[in-house]
Design a protein around this ligand. Structure first.
Ligand SMILES: C[S@@+](CC[C@H](N)C(=O)[O-])C[C@H]1O[C@@H](n2cnc3c(N)ncnc32)[C@H](O)[C@@H]1O
Length: 187
C-alpha cells in the first residue's frame, strides 16, 4: 500500500483546547498530519503536530489524489480507495449535536466522486481519522465498533453527553486523550 497522508482541512477560526486535543489525537493515529486552510495565528501551535499550510488541500493535491471523508458521501470508505490516493482529507470542524452538512458544503463541494462516508454516526475529527487509519490498514468499516454517543461522568452529580461516535477497539473506548480532563475543568 502506498503512503497516504492525513490532511486536516481546517474550517475553524480559532484553535480551542478541545480542537487541539482532537487534532493532536488525529495526527498521532497517522504518525503526523498536514493541516491546510490554517489562518496565520493558528500555525505556530499546529506546527508541533505536523505540516501547516495556509492554502486549501485543493491547491496542494490533484483531485484524483484525494479521498474526502464526508458523512453525506454516497459510498463507504474501503481499503481499495487508498490504492491511488495520496491524501485522506478530514474536516477540521467541531460538530454540533445535529450535523449540518458542513463537510459537504465547504469541503467536498463539486468533488462528490472523491467523497466517502464512515457510517451514519457523526464522528469526532480524531475518530474519523482513526477509522480511516484502521481501514487503510485492512479492517472493514462494518467490523469497526463505534458508539452512537458517549455519556461521561465528571463528578458525582455532573455528567456530559458527547453527541459523537467513538471507536471501541479491543474492548477499549477510544475517547480523545485529555478530553475528560479538559471537560472536568469546566472551561
Ligand atoms: C465532527 S465532524 C463535523 C462535520 C459535520 N458534522 C458535518 O455535518 O459535515 C468532523 C469531520 O469528521 C469527518 N467525519 C465525521 N463523521 C463522519 C462520517 N460518518 N463519515 C465520514 N466522515 C466523517 C468529516 O471529515 C468531518 O468533516
Amino acid at each position: 500500500m502506498r503512503r497516504v497522508r492525513l490532511v486536516i482541512e481546517n474550517l475553524e477560526p480559532e484553535l480551542s483546547e478541545w480542537l487541539y486535543l482532537e487534532y493532536s489525537a488525529a495526527s498521532h493515529y497517522w504518525g503526523g498530519a498536514t493541516f491546510t486552510s490554517v489562518p496565520p495565528g493558528m500555525g505556530e501551535k499546529l506546527r508541533t503536530l505536523g505540516e501547516v499550510y495556509t492554502q486549501s488541500f485543493r491547491e496542494l493535491f490533484r483531485e484524483e489524489e484525494v479521498i474526502i471523508l464526508d458523512p453525506r458521501a454516497e459510498k463507504p470508505l474501503t481499503q481499495e480507495d487508498f490504492r491511488k490516493a495520496r491524501a485522506v482529507v478530514v474536516g477540521g470542524i467541531l460538530g454540533y449535536e445535529k450535523p449540518r452538512g458542513r463537510t459537504a458544503e465547504h469541503i467536498t463541494r463539486e468533488l462528490s466522486d472523491r467523497a466517502r462516508h464512515l457510517g451514519k454516526v457523526q464522528l469526532s475529527i480524531d475518530t474519523a481519522a482513526l477509522v480511516a487509519r484502521l481501514i487503510y490498514l485492512g479492517e472493514r468499516l462494518e467490523d469497526i465498533e463505534v458508539t452512537h454517543e458517549v455519556e461521561i461522568s465528571l463528578s458525582e452529580n455532573e455528567r456530559v453527553l458527547l453527541p459523537y461516535g467513538y471507536v471501541v477497539y479491543e474492548g477499549k473506548l477510544m475517547l480523545t486523550p485529555g478530553l475528560v480532563e479538559y471537560l472536568a475543568k469546566g472551561e
